[in-house]
Design a binder for this molecule. Structure first.
Ligand code: CP
Ligand code: NVA
Length: 332
């Protein structure tokens, strides 16, 4: 294995060059094939990883665990509710303890500052499994999924994100698109666009990579000719239930329906979503909000989510292969 990011943390995409991101994607592709062909090597044998999840997770936690086990490493789940971190001990003190015991630490929580402090103080690679600001491992899975459905080449691909773009997904997709060189559009009310400092940073990167970044309130213009439409839930983890009425009021024109898919003018436009998704009445919150606003799903209609155009479970699987690439590259 020639590609390596030995000793590096994975905190946000801004820290990585386009070549490094493409290197991780290539590595993820080959690790995926190794697993499929049941010839995986235990590159991480004898290594120990700590997983700290302050917020709930299905895909990210499971992907870190299975990636570690597949490569011969062991994991400890450290529940912030039953450990000292943040209650009786600072993040930096916990980091200095865990850095003596573990070879790497994955963290999911609210503050980007916390994952940065863990990396700074622990002395071992730290992996951002989502903060309010960024969700960088998700973008690797999204990019791999787009590659697999675009003949392997991401340059020239167009992707439109619709919905709340101020949070982790909007911020990280924008940075990923800038680094990778995508034609990337955000369709949302202006108050839901990423912060202007982050937009400027991504626009500066785009001038080097050839990415084309568009921000608009107009759905028709944003989705025209798009190869992929992407959305995320409208109320993220940690936000108050009280914001639902405003979100629905503001974002309803941006929900992904069959009409919006058709508006691309391309019969083969694919649908992406990081998940979890409120696409039907099968969850307590999804049912409550959809009933209240008379919807068949919230940010995406059930029809689109369940359609042949939907790649959401390919994306979910690719969380494993891309997180594995990050672990292998940073620890080998
Ligand atoms: N997409 C994602 O991060 O899913 P989880 O919240 O289940 O980890
Ligand atoms: N924006 C969502 C992403 C979930 C993967 C959240 O933070 O809840």
């Amino acid at each position: 294995m020639s590609f390596s990011l030995i000793g590096r943390s994975f905190l946000k995409l801004e820290d990585f060059t386009p070549d490094e991101i493409f290197g991780l994607l290539d590595l993820a592709e080959s690790l995926k094939l190794e697993r499929l062909e049941r010839r995986e090597e235990h590159r991480l044998a004898g290594r120990n990883l700590a997983l700290i999840f302050e917020k709930t997770s299905t895909r990210t936690r499971a992907s870190f665990e299975v990636a570690a086990y597949d490569q011969g490493a062991r994991v400890s789940n450290i529940d912030p509710g039953s450990s000292q971190m943040g209650q009786k001990e600072t993040v930096r003190d916990t980091a200095r303890v865990l850095g003596r015991l573990y070879d790497g630490i994955a963290f999911r929580g609210k503050n980007q500052n916390d994952v940065e402090a863990l990396a700074d103080a622990s002395g071992v690679p730290v992996y951002n499994g989502l903060t309010d600001q960024f969700h960088p491992t998700q973008i690797l899975a999204d990019a791999l999924t787009m590659m697999e459905h675009s003949g392997g080449d991401l340059r020239g691909i167009s992707c439109c994100y619709l919905g709340d773009a101020r949070f982790n997904m909007g911020n990280s997709l924008l940075m990923g698109a800038a680094k990778i060189g995508l034609d990337f559009r955000i369709a949302a009310p202006e108050s839901y666009w990423p912060a202007s400092a982050h937009r400027s940073c991504c626009e500066a990167i785009a001038t080097d990579t050839g990415a084309k970044l568009t921000f608009t309130e107009t759905v028709e213009a944003a989705v025209d000719g798009a190869d992929f439409l992407y959305t995320d839930i409208w109320v993220s983890m940690g936000e108050s239930e009280e914001v639902w009425a405003d979100r629905v009021g503001h974002l309803l024109p941006y929900r992904v329906t069959a009409d919006v898919m058709a508006m691309t003018g391309k019969p083969d436009t694919r649908f992406l979503h990081c998940l979890p998704s409120y696409h039907n009445l099968g969850t307590d919150i999804g049912r409550k909000i959809a009933d209240r606003f008379d919807l068949d799903g919230i940010e995406v209609s059930d029809e689109v989510f369940e359609s042949a155009a939907s790649l959401v479970f390919d994306q979910a699987e690719n969380r494993l292969h891309t997180i594995k690439a990050v672990l292998v590259a940073s620890l080998c």
